[in-house]
Design a protein around this ligand. Structure first.
Ligand code: G3P
Length: 219
């Protein structure tokens, strides 16, 4: 499973790169606004430190301008994946951008029908928002399960990129279902390695070790 970081904050990305967990990055207009810096400067900076796909989202809603924005965003770096919303114009723009060999991440997906269309439009990635489906009382990861089955049935190459991940459970359930990628807020990554029994066991090891009066490195 590939991990993308769901943030536009360079410091958050730089902190996690040494772990090897950063297979890519996703941004969106809200994350760019939250980060507060110039969009182009931010995306170019991220692309300069992350070799995997970096999603940058169009903000136009009409087909022609989506295409222009998408080509402009793709010109920032070879690893830019252009994000388009799952709308009629977004799907048309996806097809056109893919014909120009530009990576496309179709975002704001909330149904199996939408995911089927994104795959038929040749999307590189589909981003189903599991957290926002949970917010309305649905079980967001059920959508992941169904999309993975649908895509396998027809050998679609579109990668299932789980988005709106709010918890470790979202990630684990999605991985058990065979999702290709999960885009994770940095806080979720930091929750992944924490376990009380690890802390307890480490303390016990070190307490016992300290009683030996030894040190591993020669004094
Ligand atoms: O990748 C999409 C993500 O940024 C949206 O997350 O928590 O606002 O639904 P959330």
């Amino acid at each position: 499973m590939k991990f993308f970081l769901d943030t536009a904050n360079i410091e958050e990305i730089e902190e996690l790169i040494p772990t090897g967990f950063v297979d890519g990055v996703t941004t969106n207009p809200s994350l760019i606004a939250k980060n507060g810096d110039d969009m182009a400067k931010t995306i170019k900076s991220i692309c300069s430190i992350v070799s995997g796909p970096v999603s940058a989202e169009v903000t136009a809603t009409d087909y022609e301008t989506m295409l222009k924005e998408g080509e402009y965003l793709a010109s920032f770096a070879k690893n830019v994946a252009v994000k388009v919303p799952l709308t009629f114009n977004g799907l048309k723009a996806c097809k056109a951008l893919r014909e120009k060999n530009i990576m496309v991440n179709v975002t704001l997906c909330f149904s199996e029908a939408q995911a089927l269309l994104a795959a038929k439009a040749g999307a590189t990635f589909i981003s189903p928002f599991v957290g926002r489906l949970d917010d309305i009382g649905e079980k967001g990861t059920d959508l992941i399960k169904n999309i993975v089955v649908m895509y396998k049935n027809y050998n679609f190459k579109t990668e299932v990129l789980v988005a709106s991940v709010r918890s470790v459970e979202h990630l684990i359930e999605s991985s058990l279902m065979g999702a290709d990628v999960a885009t994770l807020p940095p806080k979720v990554i930091h929750e992944l390695y924490n376990h009380p029994l690890t802390d307890k066991g480490l303390k016990a090891f070190l307490d016992d070790w300290s009683k030996t009066g030894q040190s591993i490195l020669p004094k």
